[in-house]
Design a protein around this ligand. Sequence first.
Ligand code: A2P
Ligand code: MG
Ligand code: MG
Ligand code: MG
Length: 312
Amino acid sequence: MSLASHTTPLLSRIISSSVAAANQAGIIIRDIMKKGELGIVQKESARDLQTEADRAAQRCIITSLNKHFPKMTIIGEEGEVESSLASGQVFDTSTHTPINVTCPPTLTSLSEEEVVVWVDPLDGTAEYTQGLLDHVTVLIGIASGGKAIGGVIHQPYYNYQNPGSALGRTVWGVVGGEVGGMAMVKPPPGKLIVTTTRSHSSSTVNDAITSVSPTEVLRVGGAGHKVMLLLEGRAHVYIFASPGCKKWDTCAPQAILEAAGGVLTDIKGIPIPYHATAPHRNSTGVLATAKGQDHGTFVDKIPSHVKDNLKA
Ligand SMILES: Nc1ncnc2c1ncn2[C@@H]1O[C@H](COP(=O)(O)O)[C@@H](O)[C@H]1OP(=O)(O)O
Ligand SMILES: [Mg+2]
Ligand SMILES: [Mg+2]
Ligand SMILES: [Mg+2]
């Protein structure tokens, strides 16, 4: 079925277009790194940076999705200014081979007006500027009725340390449907591997981790990257008991993780809302578990002082 065909459900067409746009954003991210002119500016704090790659990738994704789906609400991390192009050059996703995305029956009658898209053009900016390139992802999360329903995670540097292998990969998923672009693996039994932040740590972040008695802790960058570790079976649980993550960090990873049988909530086990007027900040943290883990058990183990410290 062609992407242009309007007999293809809207959600399937949005995912297919988002895969193409995320791949193009990945090319932009790699090109800017190759040229070495990162154009770093500080946002809210010294740990909150933006580069030319964040800005250019956002312009590519948002102008492109806007052209194809003009009635959707699209919210990007880098704000309104980076959502429009002066040059008039818009990336046309319909020139790319569409991917076939099966849409569950409950989501086939969505209209564009009901869809909210959360775009993180470059997740793991701190790590990108430090050369930890495999921590970087491009995240496009699709929400409706306040819930994450679909997502795309692109890893522009997947395989970059394996010369000769194809560089980059894109994973997508639909809640209640399927995951495409990777083979999922269950994390190893008899261990408890926790993944968490490497660049935004704090005493409450560490208290939360200690409370679940991990056998190993992987401190890596990016929300997208950490959820990929859950999908790849390299970690059992992702714990971030801090308010720094935003809706564009969690929407796409949550949708893909849930499509794969996992769970992502705030640190108290409460669902994260994704409607257009939801606050951008996930002020009550993030807790995500791979398929087969008991999410509630982890929620129960997080100490009350950590939960009380994170106010909505
Ligand atoms: N304090 C913070 N300020 C800004 N962004 C944050 C903060 N904490 C987390 N984030 C965002 O959440 C992602 C995951 O966090 P961490 O790597 O610390 O676990 C970061 O890569 C960053 O996204 P981004 O790189 O897109 O700005
Ligand atoms: Mg950022
Ligand atoms: Mg991010
Ligand atoms: Mg970002």
